[in-house]
Design a protein around this ligand. Structure first.
Ligand code: SF4
Ligand code: SF4
Length: 92
């Protein structure tokens, strides 16, 4: 069961370029050639992946889920995950 995470406001967001909403007319998932896969055994629910995903392709839920229609495979989430539990896999 997923649980909604409280959003405390814009001050919690990282200083980076970011979409303000998912672009339903532009399914950036079609750009992807590698796919992030979260190891939920190691995930600490810190939500940094959600904060840093530039396309809002990660849900703000516990645990976070990746919405593949919008994930372009950039790897920012895997880079920012402090416990390195997101692996970018080919062929998904
Ligand atoms: S790879 Fe990660 S950061 Fe990049 S779009 Fe997909 S979910 Fe977002
Ligand atoms: S950044 Fe890593 S540890 Fe934090 S919620 Fe995302 S997957 Fe889990």
């Amino acid at each position: 069961m997923t649980k909604k995470v409280d959003v405390r406001g814009a001050r919690d967001m990282p200083p980076m370029a970011k979409s303000l909403g998912r672009m339903s007319w532009n399914l950036t998932g079609s750009w992807r050639n590698v796919t992030p896969v979260i190891d939920y055994e190691k995930c600490t629910l810190c939500m940094l992946c959600w904060k840093f995903c530039p396309d809002l392709a990660i849900t703000c839920t516990e645990p976070p889920r990746i919405i593949l229609d919008f994930c372009k495979g950039c790897g920012v989430c895997a880079e920012e995950c402090p416990v390195k539990c997101i692996e970018m896999k080919e062929g998904l």
